[in-house]
Design a protein around this ligand. Structure first.
Ligand SMILES: NC(=O)c1ccc[n+]([C@@H]2O[C@H](COP(=O)([O-])OP(=O)(O)OC[C@H]3O[C@@H](n4cnc5c(N)ncnc54)[C@H](OP(=O)(O)O)[C@@H]3O)[C@@H](O)[C@H]2O)c1
Length: 335
């Protein structure tokens, strides 16, 4: 059995990375259909050795294509309107927006952490926020062994996390031009605001990290807090993670767990100047962990430095991994 796949938002930052990851992974896909807004309709994109014409996303244009799966990265409004339309037509949607993530009827999946949650999807699977994905890939194996009690996130997030316009704000800022996407100039500065502020003073991005960590890890009562910050880096989110555990930890025992954890590359040799850098994570699928330390300000505490390519593992790769798992499941059940 081979499948047909729609890529919605194919011309965007995440959409273009979908195409790259799909070219690398060679899934059993017969036909791809590339959708975007009417601004891009008719443009051509070279993909899988073929020229694809971008199709405007409309209800009419979805029909007659015998689609099985759709990868969405066209923003929340598009996901809200169109993901149910696809799902009602039997097309399983893997959605990158925040629109469906906290819906209790929609699984929120990181394949290294909670692949079993794919068993109960009803046509929509949500891909988590980029900063949450890399955090839970590092935390889940540590939780398995040491049992998490509390997590404090401080992030250093790349401009590409805000899409093409975020990327351009830094590129243009370097030339002295004012920002269009961010609330302040990003070049030469850091902005302690990602997304809008909520009434409690936290930003929406901070709430996403808190809520999504609990949902993915199946720990609804986990104590989590976050401060998310935009930095003038093009690619790759970095995170300082402070974690408190219920069981004793040592640097050696944490390194041992992390060195075997799926999707993790341990890069932790401070004496030789080895620790993860966002520039080195660019265009890689793994989550890099270093600066592993014991935090003795609490009973069993730890500090980690966690870095990943926000457009790859933080978006496209994670979604394509979900697609691979769904295809594997469909093949197993003869569909
Ligand atoms: N960047 C990240 O690190 C990241 C990580 C995780 C999740 N996400 C999520 O992924 C989504 C896309 O992000 P991005 O960074 O790729 O943004 P982007 O670079 O601005 O791309 C947006 C894409 O959506 C398409 N689009 C916009 N309006 C549309 C409409 N009405 N109908 C169909 N397509 C439409 C655009 O098509 P045109 O080219 O025709 O305008 C473009 O392909 C967002 O929901 C974002 O929150 C982003």
């Amino acid at each position: 059995m081979r499948y047909n796949v729609a890529i919605v938002g194919a011309t965007g930052m995440v959409g273009r990375k979908f195409l790259k990851v799909l070219e690398e992974r060679r899934l059993p896909i017969d036909k791809y259909y590339l959708f975007a807004s009417k601004n891009s309709a008719g443009k051509t994109v070279e993909f899988m050795g073929k020229t694809h014409t971008v199709i405007e996303l409309t209800r009419e244009n979805i029909s007659g294509k015998n689609l099985h799966y759709a990868l969405f990265s066209a923003g929340g409004a598009v996901s809200k309107e169109f993901a149910p339309v696809f799902a009602q037509n039997g097309i399983t949607v893997i959605d990158n927006s925040s629109c469906w993530r906290m819906d209790p009827a929609v699984p929120l999946v990181v394949p290294e952490v909670n692949p079993k949650d794919l068993d109960w999807h009803k046509g929509i699977v949500a891909n988590p926020n980029c900063s949450t994905i890399q955090a839970v890939v590092a935390l889940a194996p540590l939780h398995k062994k040491f049992k998490l009690k509390r997590v404090v996130y401080s992030t250093y997030q790349a401009v590409s996390g805000a899409g093409q316009q975020g990327y351009e704000d830094l590129a243009e800022g370097i030339k002295g031009n004012p920002p269009k996407k961010f609330p302040k100039p990003i070049f030469g500065d850091v902005i302690p605001q990602i997304d809008v502020f909520c009434p409690d003073g936290y930003t929406k991005e901070e709430h996403k990290m808190i809520d999504e960590t609990r949902k993915i890890m199946g720990l609804p009562d986990l104590k989590v807090t976050a401060t998310t910050v935009r930095v003038p880096v093009f690619h790759g989110h970095s995170e300082s993670i402070n974690a408190e555990f219920k069981r004793p930890v040592t640097v050696e025992s944490m390194r041992e767990v992390l060195s075997k954890a799926p999707g993790v590359v341990l890069r932790d040799d401070p004496d030789s100047g080895v620790y993860p850098l966002p520039i080195e994570a660019e265009d890689h699928d793994e989550v890099y962990v270093g600066r592993v330390r014991v935090d003795d300000s609490v009973k069993y505490g730890a500090n980690l430095w966690v870095v990943a390519d926000n457009i790859r593992k933080g978006a496209a790769t994670n979604a394509v991994q979900i697609l691979q798992l769904l295809i594997k499941k469909a093949k197993k059940s003869g569909r």
